[in-house]
Design a binder for this molecule. Structure first.
Ligand code: NDP
Length: 290
């Protein structure tokens, strides 16, 4: 807890990160373009650095959390900055290509670089609920893990700097798919006077059951073999047609089930009707080119 740290960027998230370091007892240096956002942190014991260059030198690790990668490059690319020898941990949201490019930029200048993604809201930072993903050299992560622990549940994903961003968006895809499926069902049931709160526990149970299929289905995807052990894709597609017909009959939106059925239809047209649902990975795994 006596490891000095630096936080650059004191927006909603940066202030939460710096606050968690202070609470854990780390000597904390901060920098922000708008200096007034440091006032509360300074009152709690943080030191406000006059420049980004000064802030970088103060900590044995520097967290950067700004709007986007462009801002990060503007701040760290200034001529008076010497990144060599520093440990940069970039918790700014971006895509995997930006993360890999930033890693090359840092490494060319002799800096250590980890890319990260925050899967939490600012108020959760500093609690176990805040999941913070990291990717980059494992030795860098291990060297600073005990310091990063102050921020939440810190997780290491692998050496490829793009992984944190990819896991981040994969998580969003999961979240929205579950929510959208629930909303589709809720919209249908409401036409029969069933309120959302009545359906929610049923939906929760179904989501939990389906979640249990994932490891077994993942084995099929990894082995590239999709024997129909539970049902064949052509059976599932008949049920999809039924979902579309019922949605239209009760007057709710059928766009989402139609989109999913269109993908399954293409897979069947490609000869996969007798295989199991995860064979659709082949449709998900390529851009649509018609
Ligand atoms: P804010 O808009 O609250 O803060 C943005 C930060 O970037 C501020 O420190 C701002 O400085 C700085 N900044 C923007 N443009 C410039 C510039 N041209 N030069 C210097 N500094 C600049 O955003 P958040 O703190 O909420 O988000 C920061 C990052 O964290 C984003 O990438 C976001 O996606 C990610 N994140 C946020 C979550 C959230 O719930 N808030 C959740 C998960 C990830 P200034 O104060 O001077 O404007």
């Amino acid at each position: 807890t006596d490891t000095p740290v630096t936080v650059i960027g004191l927006g909603l998230m940066g202030r939460a990160l710096a606050g968690a370091f202070l609470k854990a007892g780390h000597p904390t240096t901060v920098w922000n373009r708008t200096t007034s956002k440091a006032d509360q942190l300074v009152a709690e014991g943080a030191r406000l650095a006059p420049t980004v260059g000064d802030a970088l030198k103060a900590g044995s690790l520097t967290i950067i959390c700004v709007t986007d990668y462009q801002v990060m490059h503007e701040l760290l690319g200034a001529s008076d900055i010497e990144p060599a020898g520093t440990m940069l941990i970039n918790l700014t949201s971006g895509d995997s290509a930006q993360a890999r490019e930033a890693a090359r930029w840092a490494e060319q200048r002799g800096a250590h670089y980890l890319d990260g993604a925050i899967m939490a809201i600012p108020s959760a930072i500093g609690t176990a609920e805040a999941v913070i993903l990291h990717s980059g050299p494992q030795s860098d992560f291990e060297a600073h893990r005990s310091t990063l622990d102050a921020l939440g549940t810190v997780t290491y994903l692998g050496a490829d700097h793009g992984l944190a961003s990819l896991y981040d968006v994969a998580g969003l895809a999961m979240m929205w798919s579950v929510l959208n499926a629930w909303l589709q069902g809720t919209a249908m049931l409401r036409t029969a006077g069933v309120d959302a709160a009545t359906y929610a526990p049923f939906a929760q149970q179904i989501a939990a059951t389906v979640a249990e299929w994932l490891p077994g289905y993942a084995e099929q995807i990894d082995s590239g073999s999709f024997p129909a052990e539970v049902s064949a894709l052509e059976t599932d597609v008949r049920a999809m047609a039924h979902l579309i017909e019922e949605s239209e009959a009760v007057g709710v939106n059928a766009e989402l089930p139609k989109l999913i059925k269109a993908m399954a239809d293409r897979s069947i047209a490609a000869g996969h009707g007798g295989e199991q649902y995860p064979v659709l990975i082949e449709e998900f795994g390529r851009p649509r080119n018609d």
